[in-house]
Design a protein around this ligand. Structure first.
Ligand code: COA
Length: 631
């Protein structure tokens, strides 16, 4: 994990609300793991029916009829579908989780796209108002101490177990967040975790002005350094890295994975480089003390920070510091490698660190002198220099291509939505459907991440937010011939359908991961892929123009992700009590997309939905009377 502190500061959020949706209970987090159920393999016929239903609003009648025929063939008794299903069921019996390795491989490790923008999410934290550089260092020191405090819970296995709908969740991802590293390969990457084993990691890496330093964060008695000790060490690092003319070696990690895989092998041919790279890989996490970015207006500030977290601003700015972030201008956030964990453990860590920082005082006390943090050396051979230049060029193409909008919708939040007895998540998703429809006069395949952590080693499933019901609703919303009561009834139907789909998704009963499993099984067992995977409808279904995720936290922050497809949007949101934080991304190279425009449509849609509800329903001032079944 990479934390960025840009020296203008990370603000401690003024409003801290209670945890969203997930409930935390203190118990040893590994003891409950054994009791977690295995993820099921859904019935084949059910998946095929749900797949056809999901396609309905997305393709023409003729295309649907064709796909129906292919599905009927696939389902024939003794046919290919049955064989693959049996193979999957066998795999499920033999493994702890039939999906997790395939998911990690296909979603992350096989992907050859660069990690910034395309894979690694960023988290934008509120702006800090450091008074001076000492302020930034003090802040960074507290932040590091806060992460080490979180690590204590990981090491002692005392992380509070999360619950969803009364059921305990798999906590495995929490153990992968720190001390993990993704190592590039020429065809495929691997993830290595250094938290356990013979010599678990005891250092972090600090990057300043493209220079890397090893900071041992535990003293010889095994105790973590105190905040003031860390501060002193950071000062030393800062003072020994004032030159700004260094090669941005970190930028190598941002290239296409095949290219970085080759450059990696070039880099580690040299013994000094190899040792330095290994030390970075073994770090518990990385802190980047970023240079301030050019000033922008207040309304663009968080969008700029989001871009910093996703790519670092280009080779002239902080992209060479990358490998996690604090900017000298108070901007603050982090980025992390997505392969080992999803957003919820990361925001839990953020919430923990923010709480820790609030209650931790910075005290100057007499100290045992600590050694100077070791600077990591790199020999820049002509070959490495060439690779750095290539990576710079690639980064300087990626940076202007990313279109980011971060905004806070202040008109209402989760409290209001609950008071009108609706699911905040489903309501926001319907606003997104409406915004997209208004912008494009059509709907598109939409992906929302759902947790599969009720199951052992569970990761995510997709909620397909575009449904026949949502399509009917968005078509009706601006139809002047329709009454408001009818529009509201259609909205409620669409929300109900979304909730039902969510329920099925978190219970492992929807289509996307099952189809992935059948496809992977076919790759292992057959000489050619079954027709259903060669079908145009399948390609349409998998082309998610809206790639969305709710990542709720107590901290007033927002996660940001890049789009999944070249002509799509990446949208994250954090529904807080009284407002909602959004981050919308797109690519400037696509003429049809525009993050600012979609954001405007989204704000309007959220306001229009509220008006529609208020014209027909009276909100209960005391909040929801009944809680929905969320299991
Ligand atoms: N009336 C009143 N209150 C309602 C309601 C209704 N009809 N429907 C829901 N609520 C309440 C819920 O009880 C919940 O209350 P809480 O905040 O006190 O716990 C709150 O509203 C939020 O519920 P909702 O908005 O429906 O969403 P959710 O919490 O069920 O979340 C998902 C839905 C899909 C986001 C969640 O199940 C999930 O899977 N999260 C993980 C996603 C993920 O992994 N993202 C990261 C990818 S990197």
């Amino acid at each position: 994990m990479l934390m960025h502190i840009s020296c203008t500061g990370m603000a401690i959020p003024p409003r801290l609300l209670r945890p969203v949706a997930l409930v935390y209970i203190l118990e040893r987090s590994t003891t409950h793991q054994e009791g977690l159920p295995k993820i099921p393999v859904p019935p084949l016929k059910q998946t095929c029916e749900r797949y056809l239903a999901a396609l309905e609003p997305l393709i023409t009648r003729e295309e649907l009829a064709h796909t129906r025929t292919l599905i009927a063939e696939f389902l024939q008794s003794g046919g290919v579908g049955e064989r693959l299903q049996k193979g999957l069921e066998r795999r499920a019996r033999k493994t702890e989780n039939w999906l997790s390795d395939w998911w990690m491989q296909s979603a992350y490790l096989d992907s050859r796209m660069p990690i910034p923008v395309y894979t690694s999410p960023g988290v934008v934290l509120p702006q800090m108002h450091f008074q001076d550089r000492q302020g930034q260092m003090r802040f960074a020191a507290k932040l590091i101490a806060g992460v080490l405090d979180f690590k204590k819970m990981v090491d002692n296995e005392t992380l509070p177990v999360e619950y969803l709908g009364g059921k305990p969740l798999c906590m495995n991802q929490y153990y992968q967040v720190l001390s993990s590293c993704r190592i590039p390969g020429p065809k495929k990457d691997i993830v290595v975790n250094y938290a356990t084993g013979k010599s678990p990691s005891t250092h972090i890496t600090v990057v300043h002005n493209f220079q890397f330093f090893v900071l041992d964060v535990y003293s010889s008695n095994g105790m973590p350094l105190t905040v003031d000790q860390i501060y002193v060490q950071l000062e030393k690092i800062w003072n020994s890295s004032l030159q700004t003319n260094k090669e941005p070696i970190g930028i190598l990690t941002s290239n296409h994975r095949n290219t970085w895989g080759k450059a990696y092998n070039n880099l580690i041919k040299d013994k000094t480089n190899k040792d330095s790279v290994r030390t970075i890989q073994k770090s518990i996490f990385l802190v980047c003390l970023d240079a301030p970015m050019p000033r922008v207006s207040d309304d663009l500030y968080y969008s700029k920070v989001a871009a910093q977290m996703l790519h670092g601003g280009g080779s002239r700015w902080n992209s060479g510091n990358r490998c996690n972030l604090l900017g000298e201008d108070g901007s603050c956030g982090l980025t992390y490698e997505h392969a080992p964990a999803e957003g919820p453990p990361i925001v839990f860590l953020v919430d923990h660190v923010v709480e820790y920082m609030k209650k931790t005082e910075f005290r100057r006390a007499p100290m045992v002198p600590l050694p100077l943090p070791q600077k990591l050396r790199f020999n820049i051979t002509p070959e490495v220099k060439k690779d750095i230049e290539k990576a710079k060029q690639n980064m300087n193409i990626m940076v202007p291509d990313l279109d980011v909008q971060v905004f806070n919708f202040y008109h209402y939040g989760k409290k209001y939505l609950k008071s009108i007895k609706t699911s905040p998540d489903a309501f926001i998703q319907m606003a997104l459907q409406l915004a997209y429809y208004r912008m494009y006069q059509t709907c598109c395949p939409t992906y929302e991440s759902a947790s599969l952590r009720m199951f052992k080693l569970g990761r995510t499933e997709a909620i397909r937010s575009t449904s026949t019901e949502s399509h009917r609703f968005v078509q009706a919303m601006d139809d002047v011939s329709k009454q408001d009561t009818e529009k509201l009834a259609l909205l409620q139907e669409a929300i109900k359908a979304h909730r039902a789909y969510t329920h099925m998704a978190i219970h492992g009963q929807t289509v996307d991961r099952h189809l992935l499993g059948l496809r992977m099984q076919a790759i292992e067992d057959l000489t050619s892929l079954p027709e259903i995977f060669m079908d145009t409808s399948y390609a349409v279904a998998m082309h998610f123009n809206l790639f969305t995720s709710q990542v709720g936290s107590k901290t007033d922050c927002v996660m940001c992700i890049g789009p999944m497809v070249p002509d799509g949007y990446g949208i994250c949101y954090n529904p807080m009590g009284d407002h909602i934080n959004f981050a919308v991304t797109a690519f400037n190279s696509c003429e049809e997309t525009n993050a600012a425009r979609l954001s405007r449509f989204l704000k309007e849609a959220l306001l229009d939905l509220k008006s529609l509800v208020e014209q027909t329903l009276k909100p209960s001032p005391t909040g929801p009377e009944e809680q929905p079944d969320r299991t």
